[in-house]
Design a protein around this ligand. Sequence first.
Ligand code: SF4
Length: 423
Amino acid sequence: MLASELRTRLPSQQPPSRGPLPCAGLQGAGPARCCAGGRRKEETGAAGTCPCVAFQAAMAGTSSELSDSEILQLLEEPARDSPQPGDSGQPNSSSDLPLDSLSTEVAADTAAGQVKRKRAQTPLEKYSLKYLSVTDLSTQSWCEQQMVYGRELPLLQASEKVRLLNTGKSIHLARELEVHDIVEVRTTSKEDSWALKILNLLSMIPVLQAGGCVRELPVFGVIDGIFLVGIIDELCYTAKGELELRELKTRGRPSMPSEAQKKRDYFQVCLYKYIFDAMIQGQLKPDVITRHIRLRPEQPLGSQIRQHAQKVGFVVTCFGDLLELMYLNLTLSDLPSIDRLTIEYSHQDSDTPLGTEVVEFEEEKVRERVQCYLAYWKGQREVQGVEIEEAWKCRSCSYSEICDWRRTRADGPEQRSGLKKSK
Ligand code: SF4
């Protein structure tokens, strides 16, 4: 069950550069429209009359590969980085600083007393990020340098890849509509936006408890001090009663992906499991979200959010109410950990299944890889491109003409001696 967010912005703020994900049959739809199984339906003003369940369509990625969760991330990026209603308009933290603030002053003791010195911004600070998505890390696992270029120079991305992303988005949405309807809910604050994500999660827990199947399940968690978000494509039970995560990957070519592409996809689903399991084990305490995202638990929720919460069975007034509900529902739900990870590949144009991979979860390896990637985001090491044995990736890279890493490598591998392999 998922619902899309319609942001209401304060008059002084810039309009969003991209709108919410419209569902099929919702082209041009306003805030009070919903889609029931592809049908278009007007709400009557009282949100309680709408039969639809809500769906959060706000998170996803920017990879040039055909990951559906990456597609969703494209929609989240502008919202994540742009000012939100409820913000003061003034920087309230290091991650709210403007991009042109290129350094941070820190105090240091010297023999002459306390002086201020400057340190370079971490990438998290530079891009004003309070959290990362799972797909940020999975695109990073393909080529970290490419992921950075994708963030800084998205317009250089090959148009063919953009077309494939859009097609993948449509396929993904069609699958969602098979299991739930979509409604747009107006949000008026950062807390409202996160409340919608939490409500979508809360509405899926009873379905899983009853042995049902859910799609687009939001997951949140902290690894190594960094808040991560993601959206699991599908959770279902197998005939043996195992909880199975199913990830759909659509491909432009009618063939299975290379081993390198599979490796990246394996990492992505393992990371989903890592975060989901931590959530149901009680690690997502109410203050985790407010601390990392800098949200106010006392913030009253908007009227449409409260109405929607009521429709899915919750009476809440402020954001903190929802956080408590989320924590209690996750920890008392008795949901099992994810037992099985599968990735289904299909050909975009023909919708032909290409094959299914079963992924082995190795917790220690996943944690090590995440720590390595997060070290870049925390400013603990420089950005890296692909190693020489994966130089073939550069041939199809949209940024090969401008890539410093590639140019340096062409000048001689000894120039990078001392850099550790990370891939
Ligand atoms: Fe990465 Fe190669 Fe592209 Fe540079 S050219 S961003 S190293 S894939």
